[in-house]
Design a protein around this ligand. Sequence first.
Ligand code: KIV
Ligand code: ZN
Length: 511
Amino acid sequence: MDQVRIFDTTLRDGEQSPGCSMNLEEKIEVAHCLERLKVDIIEAGFAIVSPGDFESVKTIAENVKDCTVASLARCNPKDIDAAWEAVKGAADPRIHVFLATSPLHMEYKLKMSPEAVLEQIGAMVAYAKKYCSNIEFSAEDATRSETEFLKKAVTIALENGATTINLPDTVGYTTPDEMERLIRTVKEDVRGAEKAVFSVHCHDDLGMATANSLAGVRGGARQIECTLNGLGERAGNTSMEEVVMALRTRRDEFKVDTGIDTTQIHRASTTVYNTIGQTAPINKPIVGKNAFAHEAGIHQHGVMAKKETYEIMTPESIGLHINNLVLGKHSGRHAVGQRLEELGYELSRDELNRCFEEFKVICDKKKNITDADLEAIVNHNTQNLYNDSDDIYKLEWFQASTSNFTTATCTVCLTKDGEKLENVALGDGPIDAAYKAIDEIIQPSEHSFDIFNIHSISEGKDTLGDVTVKITAHGRTFTGRGLSTDILEASINAYLKGVNRLLAYEKKVQQ
Ligand code: KIV
Ligand code: ZN
């Protein structure tokens, strides 16, 4: 069957949107998820943007073996040089150059005449081609460009060696019919178009990104650019999980395949949400909590009689194993390891040991450990790529007092090199008091406090609270996560982890 390539831009278009920034470790973790998903192309970043972006594109390029790795570049030599420097160590590098072709963008943003734009496209595709055989050209704002001009831009890009032509719906403006027509017309009318792969890149401003991407495929596109969970500028990009599962579930309609291992979708989606400290809206297609839940009696009855009555895909097809089997404090390491394997997690011995230690601690507070709890424990331990033993400060104990008629106080006792350090602070609630007490002990460098997110892992009053904290200092983001049935403890651990990571970074750069 005809194959559609999946080009993932979670680490570029997704990461550049507000509240979604990731540090290097987190980007590497997401890149591993993308490799397990078997995406065809990973757009690892925009190398010229900052030294941090350059470093992450380069590291991903050098570590990912089974996918093409791309860096974005504007149509100028400096951007292209940086992109090449960053991706040249990849097994299959790609340079992705873009220039806007719509009248609005050319006149007001680029302040360039249409002739100059065409000339720049030709010159810069040729410039990139000297470095790399695999060149993608994107005509930014293609869907608001004049079709005849767009054809000229594509012709020039092809003549100068572009191997992929992307026609983005940059502002999420187009409709499925228009997208199908645009791809078909450009492919039919441009000489040499058959030598290139045509691509769609849609934004979701009007909620049509998935439909528009699928329509692009009908028109002849054989690459879809998308992000996990639909992260991206404004309303986001096309959600990878949606287009992939639509193509798979409606193979009869689209008659194309992707190479994606869909059983990795649930895990990859969770990893990305954990990384940015968010959770999926409950009704989000494919990855939302309710996507496979059948609450209404009439639906439950139908599903029990025959799954297909209300289920068009199985939860297992995205790697979600709905299971009522619960583990508890009498379950051994082997049982925990086995259940994790069934859930699709292949852990190293060391990772399993860390997870089992945390499992036992949680069992003392929570009777039944569900699959969701187990997955949270794994994500918590395997995403903390940084070793706990590197923590300079550890939590010994804390005690908080709070009410609705007095100011909250929290006493925190930390240890550093075996020495106990105790402090008490007042705050606007116990979490604020605890964080102030910690700050007064550690006195970390000035940082911004960007994200505090708390969510519950499962149902029930004894659910685990999962807290993510992100702080920024020295232009870097440091993430900490805490998991506990006690949300204050989870919050303290998350902040302490973030601060310990900041301290570890400062120690490293001083060496
Ligand atoms: O939305 C867009 O047009 C882009 C391009 C840079 C591909 O992200
Ligand atoms: Zn985009």
